[in-house]
Structure formats: C-alpha cells, structure tokens
Design a binder for this molecule. Structure first.
Ligand SMILES: [Zn+2]
Ligand SMILES: [Zn+2]
Length: 80
C-alpha cells in the first residue's frame, strides 16, 4: 500500500509538468509541440492555441487562459 502511494505520487508530479507547453497551458498553433509562452516559447510569431495535452476544454467551456495574458492575444490569438 505504501509503495503504491509513492508510485501514484511520482506519476502525478510527472503529469503536472507538461513537456509540450511547459505548464503554460498554451502552445504555438503552427508548431503545437512548442510552448507559446515562457522561456522556450516558439518565436515564429504565430498564434497560440490551448495545449492539446493539458488544456483541453470541456464542451462549452473556455480553455485556461495563458499565464501571462498579452494584449496581442485579442488581436491574433485563438478565437472562440
Ligand atoms: Zn500542456
Ligand atoms: Zn511556432
């Protein structure tokens, strides 16, 4: 029981760190394998879209907004 608990905890911490968007919740729309925000954000100047791995909205639910919402988000960002 104790070991199962440890395994579960390690699995959860792995899930929390999304390797695609680096936990920002958003990826580049043109390059969905690169984060749209953060240290390693894609610099192709493309639009962003919710991370297909960790930010998939439920039906009729908006996706989690980017951590550092930019002003340009409204202009060229993902639209609902
Ligand atoms: Zn993600
Ligand atoms: Zn890109």
């Amino acid at each position: 029981m104790g070991y199962a608990f440890l395994t579960r905890r390690r699995w959860n911490s792995t899930l929390m760190k999304c390797s695609v968007c680096e936990d920002s919740g958003w990826v580049c729309e043109t390059h969905p394998d690169k984060p749209w925000e953060g240290e390693h954000a894609c610099r192709c100047d493309g639009a962003g879209m919710p991370c297909p791995k960790c930010n998939v909205p439920e039906k009729n639910e908006p996706p989690r907004p980017p951590a550092g919402l930019k002003t340009q988000f409204d202009k060229r960002g993902w639209r609902q």
